[in-house]
Design a binder for this molecule. Sequence first.
Ligand SMILES: [Zn+2]
Length: 409
Amino acid sequence: MKLKGDQTTTRALNRRLILNLLRQHGPKSRADLAIATGLSPAAVTFVIGDLIEEGIVKEGTAVSGLTGRRPIPVEIDYNHGIALGFKLMADTIECVATDLATNPIAAMRVPLPLSTPETVTNVLVDTVPTLINLADRPHAKLAGVGIAMPGVMSHDQTVCVRSNRFDWNNVPLAEMVASRLSVPVWLEDDTNAYAIAQQLFGLGRQHRNMAVLAVGVGIACAQVIEGKLYRGANGAAGKMGHTIFEPNGRPCECGKRGCLMAYHSEASMLRRWKEQTGGGEDKGRAEFRVALVSEDPVVVAIVEEAGRCIGTALANLVNITDPEVIVAGGEAVSLGEPFLAPLRQALAAGTFRTAPPLLPDWEDNSWARGAAALVTQKMYDFESSGGTKNFELAPAIAASAITGSSSLM
Ligand SMILES: [Zn+2]
């Protein structure tokens, strides 16, 4: 005899199976879904009925073929809701509104005068109505808010356990924001959030095992293993930037010495450039890129060395986790081939078997889209989808309710 709980679980599993098939392969008929999932046609019809009623799935148009009218396909309606993503940086917040496939609809940057939890909460809450207005989707539902920042986050994606860059300890940021906005909020390490976006709708969509390298202010490499983001025992997996590059070397933001990121993150490349050539304010990211393009030998050497050393560290990681592909993102990717070519070479030289392909992600807003993906992951019932619990039963509300314009329109 089956208990009610079992039926609920089965229903949730069927739903997850069908939604993930539609996400990975696009529109499919109910009959094709039954074949692909091994579920009965009745079970598929039942789940699709629910999903259509909730607005998550819609019916497409049937195509007529030589053998007569083909069955009507169903597909995910990615426009039925919007997700908001915020990527916290030292002095700014990158903000994006996306559809439920993490395609950007609106984007903006707001200054962050102080990086205290209270200031971050206030700036974030104040920005939400502006961002929703900018997105201009009055009929879409607000599915939630995702926040990405560097550090170690709790497994339930609500608390910043430790962030060296913000000097935060145990800050319940997701709850702080959710209590002011009345929508679900997720908080995740920025590279992990970026990896979730790549897994759901990016370059890793068809892969169960992938590494996601990010080189920017820091260096990190998130791991998707057997279809799941691997967070480790403490949520601290993937901190490749803090592997030891030179024992007792340069001090790192983590308090230790000789970490890889203290030498070869983009921020460290800039610092080394200034150390070797003098100068200060006039030598920023833009000037560094200009110098690279004009083949300034000092800059070329710094970039090549960074590529080579990160490639070696990555090869060590590949020998442990054996990913199918490596997605490379973060600000340093825009350094292009002078950075990526030596990285690929060192990777190929250091891997036990043939190195997996390295796929650079050139998209804009990648970080903030990663934050928005924290919201959409919930739709697919990913194992990792935590977030604030108090609004679990009503996760989507009319976006206009936040801007207060519903009664006027
Ligand atoms: Zn470190």
